[in-house]
Write a protein that binds this ligand. Structure first.
Ligand code: HEM
Length: 373
């Protein structure tokens, strides 16, 4: 089964890379889809007035987006480091050649951070609806730019040295690739089910979701929960179409790689993850309610689908870059040392993040501060 036919050290770095990339992708999806939702709502409210039914979702998003961005960026460092060990020249050299284009991500992310805090501030409601809409759309543009940059970069690094050299020599800012838009679309629409699952988990953990299925319908809670179901189901259907479209678009050797027997478990994992999510969200839509056990299954299905998609993504890259040529460098990297320190900080930092989330959640519950004002 992929990737276990590679040498042990290569497998070690591939697995660590894949696992840490999933940790980046989950909050990144929250940020990408969340900023889209806020931008859409911002424009809607500027045109049509307050959308009261959406308030609970908007309030939670405004509150948590800066934290989600912080987690996205922090969790991105580990895969970035493993990637450089794994792919060496195709990743590292290709990116150095992109220098100014690549560095543009930093000021854009800094601007996005400040705008997110502005969106969260108490002064936010003193601005006119149009100013709020422009800021929210600006935030979305920042994140769309970063997502586009990573996809552009990923594709460029798979295209071979002649292509990087040509892009660098031509002094162009952007690399146009026919695969770019179909690939970015898959990332983009796939972000919505992850966002919806994260939001319903947040609602559930702060007691916003009715604890009793048979309790009287709630005019505030129920529409918000149903909106999440619609977001998730729409995102799942769009992901299936976008994924299928991207697959048809790929060159024949890559299509063969993605349907080879050794990646079937990941195809099955992604399919199962999507089906389980769809079944759960359909029930959530009907009842405007979820219990703790179903929520756990939903979260597992999300992580399973994202993890499987991440493995397929890597199988696609290794069909164009032969990883075996770097196997001896992986062996060298594995004996340099530092594994103990790495594991120590992995556990300490993960523990610290969990502690922060638990402390904030306790504070919200103790202060009887539901996610809406
Ligand atoms: C909100 C900000 C961000 C967004 C929206 C974002 C989005 C993305 C997307 C869409 C991909 C997948 C690219 C593809 O497969 O086509 C990706 C991959 C990745 N991102 Fe992010 N990203 C963000 C921030 C960051 C930051 C700050 C870092 C680095 C510190 C980072 C590191 C990575 C890495 C290492 C990968 C894998 C690249 C590869 O395998 O070629 N991301 N990101």
């Amino acid at each position: 089964m992929y990737p276990f036919d590679y040498p042990t050290q290569t497998v070690f770095y591939l697995v660590l890379y894949g696992a840490t990339l999933v940790l980046h992708v989950l909050p990144m999806n929250y940020v990408l889809a969340g900023s889209t939702y806020l931008a859409f709502l911002g424009v809607w409210e500027a045109l049509r007035g307050p959308a009261l039914a959406q308030r609970p979702i908007v309030e939670v998003l405004r509150d948590w987006m800066p934290f989600a961005l912080g987690v996205t960026i922090t969790a991105a460092v580990a895969p970035l480091l493993f990637l450089q060990i794994l792919y060496q020249r195709p990743f590292y050299t290709a990116n150095l050649l992109l220098f100014h284009r690549w560095m543009a991500i930093l000021p854009v992310l800094i601007a996005a951070f400040y705008l997110l805090y502005l969106q969260k501030s108490k002064r936010w409601h003193h601005f006119s609806a149009w100013v709020r809409a422009v800021v929210s759309v600006g935030i979305l543009c920042c994140f769309a730019f970063v997502a586009w940059s990573f996809t552009e970069n990923h594709l460029l690094s798979t295209r071979g040295q002649e292509v990087w050299t040509e892009v660098y020599g031509s002094n162009r800012w952007f690399y146009r690739d026919p695969e770019l838009m179909p690939r970015l679309t898959v990332w983009y629409v796939g972000a919505f089910p992850v966002l919806a699952a994260a939001l319903i988990a947040q609602f559930w953990s702060t007691g916003f979701v009715r604890r009793d299925e048979n309790a009287a319908p709630d005019p505030v809670t129920d529409p918000a929960i149903r909106t999440l179901a619609v977001l998730a189901l729409g995102g799942l259907v769009a992901s299936v179409f976008a994924g299928g479209g991207y697959f048809v678009f790929l060159e024949e050797p890559i299509r063969q790689r993605l349907t080879a027997r050794d990646v079937w478990p990941y195809l099955a994992g992604a399919t199962l993850g999507i089906i389980v999510q769809a079944v759960i969200w359909r029930r959530v839509w009907q009842r405007a309610w979820i219990d703790g056990r179903t929520l756990t299954f939903l979260c597992l299905a999300v992580v399973g689908a994202v993890g499987s998609a991440t493995a397929l993504r890597e199988a696609r890259r290794t069909s164009t870059i032969d990883l075996n040529q770097y196997a001896s460098m992986h062996v060298t990297a594995s004996i340099v040392g530092g594994l103990g320190t790495f594991l120590l900080f992995l556990f300490v930092c993960t523990g610290a993040l969990i502690a922060v989330v638990v402390a904030v959640r306790r504070g919200l519950i103790a202060g009887s501060q539901p996610p809406i004002e």
